[in-house]
Each structure stands twice: as C-alpha cells, then as structure tokens.
Ligand binder design. Structure first.
Ligand SMILES: *Cc1c(COP(=O)(O)O)cnc(C)c1O
Length: 373
C-alpha cells in the first residue's frame, strides 16, 4: 500500500473528504409541545388541504402489489407529467423528491476543489449537497432578498461547476422574471450547469414568470426541477422530477438507484398530476390566505417581504424578538420555521395554512406583540 509510513492507518473507516463537513439538514418541526390540541403546522410549506383524493385512492390500490418491484423508469408517471405539462416524457427523470435530484446533480457535476454557486438566502440543500461531495458552496449576495443575476455572475470563477437558483426562492418567497434568468444563463460559460429549482412554480401566476422549460430547451446546460411535495400535497411520498437535456439525463440515470421512486409514489403521482382541478383549488385557497396573512402581518407592524409562494417571511426588529415570537407561537400550538440557518435571523418563515390555521397564527402573533409592547 502507498500510505505514508509516518501516518498511522485510521482506526476506523473514514468518510470521503467533505462528508463530515456538511451540516445536517434540520427539517421544520411538526411538534409544538405536548400538542393536546393538534398544532397548526406552518413549518414545512406543505399543502394544508392535503392532496387529491384520487392520489389517495391510487396509493391505497398500490398496497395490493407490495411484493412487486416498481417499474424502474417511472414510465407511466413521466407520461402523465407529459400529458399535463406538454413536455416530452423522454426528457424527464423522476426522483425520490427533488432533494434526491439535487444530490444527484451535485454528485454528477461537482467534486473536491469545485465551487457550487447559490444566492445568499437560497435553499439550504444546495450548499449541503455541495459539501457532501467535497465541493465549496459559494453564496452570492441577495440584495433586498431577491436573487440577483449580476451578483451571481460576478461570483462565477473558473472553479464554478453548478449554479442553483430556486425560482421562486424558499425562504424569501421572491421570484425572478424569465428575462433575468435568460440574462444569467447568457453570462454563464457553456460548461457551467444552471439548475432552476421551480418547486413553487404552480403558485406563480405573475406575467413574466417562466418555470424554466424554455431555458432547458434552448441549450445543454440547464435543468428544471419540480416537486410533488408542495402544491400536490404528496410530501410524505418523496416525489420530484427533472426536465433536462439528454446528456444530463444520461448522467442522472446512471447515478440514480434503479428503483429510486417507489411504486405507490408513482401511482399516486399519476393520479395527482391528472387532477388539475385539485391544483386550481389549492392555488386559489393559498392566494386568498396569503393575501390575508400578508395584510394582517403588515398591520401588526411586521416586515413582510412580498411572496408569491405558500409561505411568507415575517420580519421582527431583531433576532431575539424573532426567537421569542417562535417560542410564543409554539406555546400556542402554532409552528413556524426559524430561518437563521438561511442568514435570516430576524425573520420567521410561516407557511400558509387553512383559514383556521392562519387565524390561529395571527391571533397568537397579535398577543405576542401586545405583550412585547
Ligand atoms: C421544498 C423544496 C424542495 C424539496 O422538495 P422535495 O421534492 O420534497 O425534495 C426543493 N426545492 C425547494 C426550493 C423547496 O422549497
């Protein structure tokens, strides 16, 4: 063996460089305390009205075939996604949540010594995934809590391999027009992969927004990610997909495990994507409660950056107050999300719940602010 004689062999297996540097992703909690009354879970941007009843039915039916391996290529699901989106099923790959696809893209295109670029308040999984492969996450400033194409381009170096942009972004709730993304892509070297994470695309009805498909079609270095966890209300099943150029699909299909999406998730996904009535209902409910939440939080004197998603930020005067508000809400059975790990210690992120959940949250916050004086 070539190990240097001066270095004793480790006494136990040692993970590859980077693995132990990555922080653990801490998910939003679902428990407020003793939870005698069911809490209002506003911590994970889940769909508060559940999912399509047709998806539940398909999931139950899958229980009769648990002895069988899933179809490995998610063929029916990709076809159903194609039917409703107009995209070519041959250019889609499904994953166990878009989180899996983020991880696979990073494994495929970055390694030790490489840089993975994201914006300062971008989704945490980008930096975490980069670290696990020994790459260096680089955060570009995000003035006014908005992804800034010029800032991202200014931070591209010869080591940059991937740029991640969530559009709209979590946890800021802000979005970029397609024209900005086109500008970003035009400024990137052709070998740099641009990942457009459109996890909240279905919620966005603003003119000028694009989910990223046009950029995927226009070249070979853009991937669009989508998920069934948000508007479709299937977070428990772990289901996401990527729309990508053929060369990138080939890499992802080699790296993914052969049965990465389980059979029940595939079946439920097919039913869910065909039930666009459910999607429209969920979008309408969310828009109404988001408007209410935004108005009332603003009236309470909190800072509310504009959001087009199923969550909003609420800004307090300092980090201590945000922490105190978090504790107060938990004691009242309302569960927000602390976002200090995203560089936003003064803020709480609050998912848009049902009408009743939004009322509970607003009432509790009003009481908290009265107490604070
Ligand atoms: C929630 C979320 C995802 C994760 O989706 P899964 O499909 O559940 O893994 C990806 N990106 C962003 C920006 C998200 O907020």
């Amino acid at each position: 063996m070539s190990a240097s004689p001066s270095e004793p062999a480790p006494t136990r297996p040692v993970p590859r460089p980077g693995v132990m540097d990555a922080p653990l992703y801490v998910p939003g909690t679902h428990k407020a305390g003793d939870d005698a009354v069911p809490p209002a879970i506003l911590s994970a941007n889940e769909n508060p009205i559940g999912c399509s009843p047709k998806a539940v039915e398909a999931y139950r039916a899958a229980a009769d075939q648990l002895n069988r391996y899933p179809e490995g290529g998610s063929v029916d699901l990709r076809a159903a996604i194609g039917e409703t989106t107009g995209l070519d099923p041959e250019r889609i790959v499904c994953g166990a949540g878009s989180d899996e696809l983020i991880t696979l893209l990073v494994r495929a295109y970055a390694g030790p010594g490489d840089e993975v670029l994201h914006s300062r308040h971008g989704f945490l999984m980008y930096a975490i995934s980069a670290q696990t492969v020994g790459a260096t996450p680089v955060a570009a400033p995000e003035p006014d809590l908005r992804t800034d194409a010029d800032q991202l381009l200014a931070h591209v170096t010869p080591k940059t391999k991937i740029v991640f942009v969530a559009n709209p972004n979590n946890p800021t709730g802000s979005w970029s027009p397609e024209s900005e993304l086109l500008r970003l892509r035009a400024g990137l070297p052709a070998h740099v992969l641009l990942v457009l994470d459109s996890a909240y695309a279905e919620y966005v009805r603003e003119p000028g927004y694009g989910d990223g498909r046009a950029l995927v079609d226009a070249g070979e270095n853009v991937v669009m990610l989508r998920t069934f966890s948000k508007i479709y209300g299937l977070a428990a099943l772990r289901l996401g997909w990527a729309y990508a150029p053929a060369s990138i699909l080939e890499a992802l299909n080699r790296l993914r495990s052969p049965f990465n999406v389980n059979a029940a998730a595939q079946a439920a996904g097919v039913a869910a994507v065909r039930d666009q009535d459910f999607v429209e209902r969920a979008v309408a409910d969310n828009a109404e409660q988001l408007r209410r939440m935004t108005q009332s939080l603003t009236q309470l004197g909190l800072e509310v950056p504009p959001s087009v998603c199923n969550f909003t930020l609420a800004g307090f005067k300092d980090a201590e107050t945000a922490q105190a508000a978090n504790r107060f809400l938990l004691a009242r059975g309302v569960i927000p999300r602390m976002v200090a790990a995203y560089g936003l210690p003064r803020y709480l992120r609050i998912s848009i719940g049902t009408k009743e959940e939004v009322t509970r949250c607003l009432d509790a916050l009003a009481d908290f602010l009265k107490r604070e004086g």
